[in-house]
Design a binder for this molecule. Structure first.
Ligand SMILES: Cc1cc2nc3c(=O)[nH]c(=O)nc-3n(C[C@H](O)[C@H](O)[C@H](O)COP(=O)(O)O)c2cc1C
Length: 232
């Protein structure tokens, strides 16, 4: 199987790499084939996001709730990792992590981030970009209390992203916190909690024949969302 394609060796033209969305003027949704997402697209991308989540939940999508979170580190260098999508709250995308982790340090210095979902059985991708904020502590408390006890203890034991000399040290820390909280509820560590991404850009992608994939983009404006199709 050929995985890598040979790229044109000329320098790429990046002038269009960040699409500025012109409100649609030429494409008439009613002229589009009915199976295209653009045909019946809602004005609010959260509606489409929720609809796609529900459709994905009907299919055997492995780890439907896994999303790649990209942040920006020192010197403008990107870094990315998978985190679990924990829902939509007040039109914000929720996830939980350690507030001293690498991603947290990067978000403290630059709060802009992007997340990506890919659901292979549906041949769909969703890209979401925006600004990240910490969620109010009470919301983190509620979610932390719902986690399995082992995960709660692990949140105390792991200084996420910090190097550690051995696995044994980590396991000893886990057992020490197990004993410390024995017979009582595990409180949320102050360095662990939620973030929400406040989107200003969504892109919905569906694989189509001949790689003429469909891409529907939403960019936030003062009153709502500009919508346009992007070439595949
Ligand atoms: C399927 C999957 C789900 C994950 N979910 C989370 C999560 O919800 N929160 C989290 O902090 N790390 C999660 N991780 C681990 C992260 O990918 C990453 O290793 C960790 O957050 C440290 O990243 P950082 O050093 O860039 O901060 C998950 C990993 C995988 C593979």
């Amino acid at each position: 199987m050929t995985i890598f394609h040979i790229f044109d060796s000329r320098s790429p033209d990046l002038s269009n790499s960040v699409p500025s969305l012109e409100p649609e003027t030429q494409m008439d949704p009613s002229e589009m084939p009915s199976n295209l997402i653009g045909r019946n697209r809602p004005e609010n991308p959260f509606s489409l996001f929720k609809q796609w989540l529900e459709e994905a939940a009907q299919k055997p999508v492995p780890q439907l709730d896994a999303m790649v979170l990209a942040t920006v580190g020192p010197g403008g260098k990107p870094s990315a990792r998978v985190v679990l999508f924990k829902g939509i709250l007040e039109e914000k995308i929720l996830f939980f992590t350690n507030y001293r982790s690498r991603k947290a340090q990067e978000l403290a210095a630059n709060p802009f981030a992007a997340v990506v979902f890919y659901w292979e059985p549906l041949q769909r991708q969703i890209r979401i970009e925006g600004k990240v904020e910490k969620v109010p502590p009470q919301k983190s408390d509620v979610y932390f209390a719902s986690r399995p006890r082992g995960s709660q203890i692990a949140a105390w034991a792991s200084k996420q992203s910090a190097p550690i000399a051995s696995r044994t040290i980590l396991e000893k820390r886990f057992h020490a916190f197990q004993q410390k909280f024995s017979g009582q509820p595990v409180p949320r560590p102050p360095c662990w909690g939620g973030y929400w991404l406040i989107p200003d850009y969504f892109e919905f992608w569906v694989a189509r024949e001949h790689r003429l994939h469909e891409r529907l983009a939403y960019r936030k404006n003062e009153n709502g969302w500009d919508i346009c199709w992007l070439q595949p």
